[in-house]
Design a binder for this molecule. Structure first.
Ligand code: SF4
Length: 460
């Protein structure tokens, strides 16, 4: 028996060669592979870096679906089913939209694959496949080990590892708690064993928060110190309140942290229930992290109910003044399965109705605005979309980048250059829009904001 596991890409863009250098795959399909009995052949295909063979001779096709690739996943599922293949869909989107996913597949895994996948395979063999398989929301973490076959197709010199799943927090924009009941970490000895087995010296921790359990994290960092590694990971800004934790992070080789600042307006933070973020402490905490030689990739979201059209200028000023090293900018996106989605649906603020799905899910990619912002504040979907591009263009402008990467240690400089190039490619995607408006999207943003200032109004 043969299984093909697919991670689809939103578009068949021409950047597969580029992704081979910089793309970080998640571990979800590796976990599914690790849950598969050894006598079954499994191939993993990640469409961001390679092509999918629609005539593949696999008996069973498994597709991992998140919201923005749902239309692409359903198209693939239809094509495989036309070829008499059995198709199973799993992941965050089918978990939230199970009936929709069932229209395009033979079975759906709801929640983690842990216990559900082995049962599904047995039923498939016995010809008794059911429609829905519910995963255990507190899965065993035994299958959460790196799978080398995904990694070998990319050239980014890093090994990816997860020490934990779930999250202790309950942000209303996040679907993680729909998937995992609680935060759980692996056995420390097995994590250290995995790190020792890794050939490369740069590790990426894919945990949603590498210090989700401080006691565990401190012990982990103590045991990494003698291994002489460098690592990057994600955490919350509240990590900086703990000096011992920061010291241990730096000593264990932490060179970069992704941090969700989300907004520089505390009222917005309250709206999404992100209890870890105290805006008035951002500056102090950023300084503390920088003093430990750790660079910060700041994540910010736009379109909150307390945002106004100058939110991009203000956030850019904050990022530059506080020396944020790299940026990820997103438009607030109400993913199905989150409390935020329910809230906007109840308020009648979702732009697309049921009849426009599943195709409109492609716009749920954080670069498009899929909800109606508070009109009285002057925000519009168009302004948000162009504001994002404008801010990227300003932050990654040549003079700004030059200023940032001078006088850096070598590894930091390399990391910044790599990420800068990667983020720079965001602009390639905007070329059709440039044609539409005859000017650069970031310049178009400026005309939009002046329209609003002049009170000419922009409708949506
Ligand atoms: S802290 Fe991050 S992972 Fe945890 S609930 Fe909030 S957004 Fe999700």
């Amino acid at each position: 028996m043969k299984i093909l596991l697919i991670s689809p890409s939103k578009s068949d863009h021409k950047l597969k060669w580029f992704n081979r250098f910089f793309y970080h795959a998640g571990l979800s399909l590796s976990v599914v592979k690790n849950l598969t009995p050894e006598d079954i052949e499994v191939e993993i295909v990640d469409e961001r870096i390679e092509n999918i063979d629609i005539n593949h001779d696999a008996d069973l096709i498994g597709i991992s679906v998140h919201t923005s690739v749902a239309p692409r996943s359903y198209t693939l599922a239809n094509e495989f089913r036309k070829r008499k293949k059995t198709v199973v869909l799993g992941g965050y989107h089918p978990t939230a939209r199970t009936q929709e996913a069932l229209e395009y597949s033979d079975a759906v895994v709801v929640g983690p694959a842990d216990t559900a996948w082995p049962q599904l395979l047995q039923d498939f063999k016995d010809n008794t496949l059911k429609k829905i398989y519910h995963g255990n929301k507190t899965p065993s973490l035994k299958s959460l080990i790196p799978e080398k076959r995904v990694g070998k197709k990319t050239f980014f010199p890093t090994n990816r590892l997860m020490t934990s799943i779930g999250c202790n927090y309950r942000c209303s924009t996040c679907a993680i708690t729909k998937f995992y009941e609680k935060f759980m970490h692996k056995d420390l000895d097995s994590v250290i064993k995995e790190i020792k087995l890794m050939g490369k010296n740069l590790i990426t921790f894919l945990d949603s928060n590498i210090v989700g359990n401080k006691k565990f994290a401190k012990e982990l960092f103590r045991r990494i110190i003698p291994l002489n590694k460098k690592w990057i990971g994600q955490t919350t800004i509240s990590t900086a309140y703990d000096d011992e934790l920061l010291d241990l992070m730096a000593a264990s080789g932490c060179i970069g942290l992704g941090i969700g600042f989300e907004s520089i307006n505390q009222n917005n933070i309250h709206l999404i229930n992100k209890g870890t973020n105290v805006v008035s402490d951002y500056e102090k905490n950023i300084n503390k992290i920088h003093k430990h030689g750790i660079i910060i990739k700041g994540n910010f979201m736009f379109g909150f109910d307390h945002d106004t059209p100058d939110v991009f200028e203000k956030t850019l000023e904050f990022a530059i003044n506080n020396g944020i090293d790299l940026l990820t900018l997103n438009i607030l996106t109400p993913y199905p399965g989150t409390r935020y989605y329910e809230q906007l649906a109840n308020q009648g603020r979702l732009i697309h109705n049921e009849s426009e799905h599943p195709f409109a899910w492609a716009l749920y990619d954080r670069n498009h605005c899929v909800f109606k912002p508070i009109k009285a504040n002057g925000l519009t979907p168009e302004l948000l979309e162009y504001g994002l591009k404008w801010m990227y263009a300003q932050f990654y402008s040549l003079p700004n980048v030059k200023k940032k990467i001078l006088h850096e240690p070598n590894y930091t400089r390399l990391l910044k250059i790599a990420s800068t190039v990667f983020n720079g490619l965001q602009f390639i995607k905007t070329i059709p829009e440039r044609k539409k408006h005859s000017i650069l999207p970031s310049v178009y943003y400026k005309t939009l904001t002046s329209d609003i200032l002049l009170n000419t109004g922009v409708n949506y």
